[in-house]
Design a protein around this ligand. Structure first.
Ligand SMILES: Cc1cc2nc3c(=O)[nH]c(=O)nc-3n(C[C@H](O)[C@H](O)[C@H](O)COP(=O)(O)O)c2cc1C
Length: 233
């Protein structure tokens, strides 16, 4: 698949299974084998700042400001069982974990906050760039999954971003969950509901989020007038 095709083809698709799908399917086994490559491709994202040394732990000691924690289809079903037994209201999470070939918990690595900082993280330039870089890595993963024919969904995580879930999945405190990436099989393995992203068709057109800037040759007469106005002003 061409890069441009993968960009256009990538779309949110949640698959909600009526009952847990089998785990040792050709699709789920292929996805498990593919996960290391998806992580490697994701990690070609640009990044501007090395992560803080406190995030560089044995084994997970990369400078890059993102980390990925991987569950295969069996892991997804076990997590679903755990959620169901815990009595928590898991909503759509259960049927998605019944359908998923894999779940990737993607975190970004904020610099440790100064004492007295309120909120999730310090709102400074370094953290903005860590978060931006990790987001680029997640998008790379979605594009690579699309290229591999996997349905995918970037979720904020819901229950999966709560402290108990992060702890169970071995995610250190200090890392912030950026995405719960669901990877679903290309072909449904049983009855299911398919849900697209709510905002897919509402994003607008390119000329609603981009314009030629004042010195560009292609600036419209209005923009050129604004330019000469601002030059005179
Ligand atoms: C940072 C981020 C968090 C998201 N979290 C959720 C979520 O929690 N629930 C959800 O339904 N969709 C979530 N989405 C997916 C969006 O709904 C989806 O991308 C949007 O509707 C556009 O559709 P598309 O992905 O098909 O282009 C998230 C997307 C991003 C980038």
């Amino acid at each position: 698949m061409q890069t441009t095709e993968a960009i256009r083809e990538r779309h949110t698709l949640k698959m909600l299974a009526e009952t847990p799908w089998p785990t040792q399917t050709p699709s789920s086994l292929a996805t498990a084998r593919l996960l290391p490559e998806l992580c490697a491709l994701a990690g070609w994202a640009p990044f501007h700042q090395p992560c803080h040394s406190s995030h560089r732990k044995a084994g997970l000691d990369a400078l890059a400001p993102w980390r990925f924690y991987l569950l295969d289809a069996d892991g997804c079903r076990r997590l679903a069982d755990f959620l169901a037994r815990s009595g928590r209201d898991a909503g759509k999470l259960l049927p998605m974990l019944w359908a998923a070939d894999a779940l990737v918990q993607a975190t970004w690595l904020p610099n440790p906050p100064e004492p007295g900082t309120t909120g999730l993280f310090e709102a400074d330039m370094a953290n903005m760039e860590h978060l931006a870089a990790a987001s680029a890595a997640v998008q790379n993963m979605l594009l690579a999954a699309t290229d591999a024919g996997l349905n995918n969904y970037w979720s904020s995580g819901g229950l999966l971003r709560e402290a108990w879930a992060l702890e169970h999945l071995g995610i250190p405190t200090g890392e912030l969950l950026l995405a719960s990436v669901f990877l679903f099989p290309n072909e449904a393995q049983g009855p299911c509901l398919r849900m697209p992203g709510k905002l897919r068709e509402k994003r607008g057109q390119w000329d609603q989020w981009a314009r030629w800037a004042r010195w560009a040759r292609w600036a419209s007469p209005n923009e050129q007038a604004a330019e000469s106005g601002s030059r005179q002003g």
